[in-house]
Design a protein around this ligand. Structure first.
Ligand SMILES: O=P(O)(O)OC[C@@H](O)[C@@H](O)c1c[nH]c2ccccc12
Length: 260
């Protein structure tokens, strides 16, 4: 079994347990459930830099990245740096994150927040809303076209933006539909962890222009952004490059300064 299949198998068990712990009604009664969400897609369209900065403690590809930062300070720091949005890993087993991290970030800043998760059930979208997210990620590699349609339409009904992530042409063709806001190309192959910016370059012309294009993973310097912008990318998802430092917010600030 490849790592992605393993993550999804574990996730199904986890989500079933979560459902038994917190009923849908209770999620819907969260104070945050009624809040007006902020659109990341709109922010990216109007931005010079398009940085989406991520909170990620560890990952299956890198094991430990940084366990010493606290998400409240990181969120504040990213906001202060002028990023367009923040991504928060909420998977516990493989990435050391939690829904509490999302809630803490929500309490700390007014950025559009992306729940970075392996979504396999509508219930996780209700959780995303209840814990303060504005945007959800759907990963084409683990979903059928029907699921992508069902989950993205449900997310839109909750006023959440949808970022659909692909890694190759087949996943892209399977996924194109009007209920998506942003098309993300993951430069990292989630099954092998190989990273190449060529993935973003190669797929860019196949993405219709009505979607905001986002390049994800393996971006570690300003040159990479300058290289990707001519291919139409408006968003750049950066995790490790900021999180591996002692001050993720400050690193993001310097990075953005260099871009302007
Ligand atoms: O740390 P990086 O290489 O800058 O990557 C960030 C982000 O793109 C990556 O964490 C990611 C992209 N898609 C995902 C799906 C699940 C978990 C994680 C991810």
């Amino acid at each position: 079994m490849n790592i992605l299949d393993k993550i999804v198998a574990d996730k199904r068990i986890e989500v079933d347990l979560r459902k038994s712990l917190i009923p849908v009604k209770q999620l819907e009664q969260s104070v945050l459930f009624e809040r007006n969400t902020i659109s990341l897609a709109d922010k990216l369209k109007n931005s010079q830099t398009g940085i989406i900065a991520e909170h990620k403690r560890r990952s299956p590809s890198k094991s430990v990245i940084n366990q010493n930062l606290n998400v409240f300070d990181v969120a504040k720091g990213y906001e202060d740096a002028g990023v367009c949005g923040m991504s928060i890993l909420t998977d516990g087993k493989y990435f050391g994150g939690s829904l509490d991290d999302l809630l803490t970030a929500r309490a700390s800043c007014n950025l559009p927040l992306l729940r970075k998760e392996f979504i396999i059930d509508e219930y996780q979208l209700l959780e995303a809303k209840a814990y303060g997210a504005d945007v959800i990620l759907l990963i084409a590699a683990i979903l059928t076209r029907e699921e992508i349609k069902q989950f993205s339409e449900f997310a839109k009904s909750l006023n959440l933006d949808v970022l659909l992530e692909v890694h190759n042409e087949e996943e892209l063709h399977k996924s194109i539909m009007p209920s998506l806001d942003m098309l993300g190309v993951n430069n990292r192959n989630l099954k092998t962890f190989d990273v190449s910016l060529d993935t973003s370059k190669g797929l860019s012309e196949l993405i219709p222009n009505d979607f905001v294009k986002v390049s994800e993973s393996g971006i570690s310097n300003m040159e990479a952004i300058k290289e990707l912008q001519p291919y139409g990318y408006k968003g750049f998802l950066i995790g490790e490059n900021f999180m591996k430092t002692d001050n993720a917010g400050e690193s993001a600030k310097q990075f953005i300064k260099g871009l302007l």
